[in-house]
Design a protein. Structure first.
Length: 477
């Protein structure tokens, strides 16, 4: 999770390679091009979706905001506070699945695809010799225990396991699983570094690789169709010996690649996963790159793509095949309510630009951190106001921007690019303001959640889009 930050609006130039879908293409060509560049959207919220029946309103609002996925974070230590006698059996009395079961049921009932992060080891599954200062559940978690736990997870959420609350029914299938959260931060996984006679050497990447591979083996044993998500790295790091390892440094070591040249090193136990995740919080606008070359903010995802591509080519990212890039935690705080946040009109703009910029870098799934603002307890500085809704349930301007984003990228050398993700099926109509009159620029039939992009010539004007009775915000806001 990111630290609080207040940033001015800084629009930094960033050249991007974008595949255009021209107006002269046939319908089949256009559909094929769009289908190759999907974007799934959803939310991660640690409280809104974990309140039982009281969460129904938030699931409804997530669907209304054009979500197709929902991201849950569950605690291994909460599910298994004591060591189970039969750890691969989800019915072992030591396990308490009740909270996760209910979240998964609700997600399925609203047609949302669940993504589950399992993090935080129970006290019986951590390594010996932990310093008193470390966060409980983070010190050298047992990979062997995690593998057995993953087998139980795969059985319970296979889509055929009997639902204990509803006889004759099965618990829903959950395909997407992320072992651990932000393993490059000591608050989640420790130690990050080991002190040596000549400095520090990375420790957490190897610890995490063992956890990742153990989870992969365990869940694939009982749920072969599972998709295992690696990484979930935080965006910024500290110098060697600090509490946060820069994500590029972490991933290089995770994949046994050395230095900026990504020189392959011996790797007897290569990382096994299906998808790579990163949490690219920003230091400024969505176009502002991180200051450190080993940090990864919103426009820097190519740094990680370079590392994982080399890992794929050298057999250090298994099984063989490309690994999609996801961003399962990203957001900005808004003002109101947080006086240190981004003013709401800017917040809406940055929401749209975040989705566009990540998509343009190849990210195919994004979950926004918070659908509802947190209360400022004990204060705004230590809580998060990045939701699409205020505490009183009032939607922010950003909710419309998230549901129906519209961006016109005029930074390109020639034609500007108009980009949108539509919230409903129908006929998408895009208009341009000429003087005081709105004139239709183009219209095209679309499916719900489809990405549409067009080269439009001069982008220095005002634009808007509509489909099935829904409207985007005007661009620029």
């Amino acid at each position: 999770m990111r630290a609080k930050r207040l940033t001015p609006y800084v629009l930094a130039a960033l050249a991007g390679l974008i595949v255009l879908v021209s107006a002269s293409e046939t319908g089949a060509q256009r559909a094929a091009a769009i289908a190759a560049r999907p974007l799934a959207l959803g939310f991660l919220d640690l409280t809104a979706f974990s309140q039982g029946a009281a969460s129904d309103v938030w699931f409804q609002r997530a669907v209304a905001s054009s979500s197709t996925v929902i991201h849950f974070r569950a605690s291994w230590s909460t599910i298994a506070p004591t060591s189970p006698a039969d750890p691969t059996n989800p019915a072992d009395p030591a396990y308490d699945w009740s909270s996760l079961d209910e979240q998964v049921r609700q997600a399925a009932s609203y047609g949302l695809t669940p993504i589950v992060t399992l993090t935080g080891a129970p006290s019986w599954a951590v390594g010996a010799g932990a310093p008193a200062s470390v966060t409980p559940g983070t010190w050298r978690p047992s990979a062997s225990a995690y593998e057995l736990f993953a087998e139980a997870v795969g059985r319970r959420y296979s889509g055929s396991y009997p639902d204990p609350l509803y006889p004759g029914h099965a618990l829903p299938l959950v395909r997407y699983w992320e072992p651990w959260n932000e393993p490059n931060f000591a608050i989640y996984l420790a130690p990050q570094w080991i002190k040596t006679s000549d400095g520090y050497r990375p420790a957490s990447p190897a610890i995490y690789r063992n956890l990742l591979n153990a989870f992969y083996a365990g869940i694939k044993h009982t749920l072969p169709k599972a998709q295992v998500i690696a990484g979930g790295t935080g965006p910024f790091g500290d110098p060697p010996g600090g509490q946060r390892m820069p994500p590029v440094v972490f991933d290089r070591n995770l994949f046994c690649l050395s230095g900026n040249a990504l020189t392959p090193e011996p790797c007897p136990n290569p990382a096994h996963f299906n998808i790579l995740d990163h949490h690219p919080y920003a230091v400024g606008s969505p176009y502002t790159p991180a200051l450190d070359p080993n940090d990864v903010s919103i426009p820097d995802m190519g740094k990680l793509q370079r590392v994982v591509t080399k890992a794929e080519r050298t057999g250090r990212a298994l099984p063989v095949g490309p690994k999609p890039l996801w961003a399962l935690e990203v957001s900005y705080d808004s003002d109101p309510p947080d006086p240190g946040g981004v003013p709401q009109p800017e917040h809406a703009l940055w929401t749209e630009e975040t989705l566009y910029e990540l998509w343009s870098e190849g990210v195919s799934t994004i979950t926004w951190f918070l659908i509802e603002d947190q209360p400022p307890i004990p204060n705004y500085a230590s809580s998060y106001q990045s939701g699409m809704y205020l505490l009183d349930g009032e939607p922010k301007l950003s909710e419309q921007a998230f549901r129906f984003p519209l961006v016109v990228d005029s930074r390109r050398a020639h034609d500007a690019l108009l980009w949108t993700r539509v919230p409903a099926a129908g006929t998408l109509v895009v208009q341009r303001l000429d003087g005081t009159n709105w004139r239709q620029l183009f219209s095209v039939p679309v499916s719900a959640d489809e990405v549409v992009e067009r080269a439009i010539g001069d982008g220095h004007a005002t634009f808007r889009a509509s489909v099935a009775g829904q409207s985007s915000l005007d661009w620029p806001p």
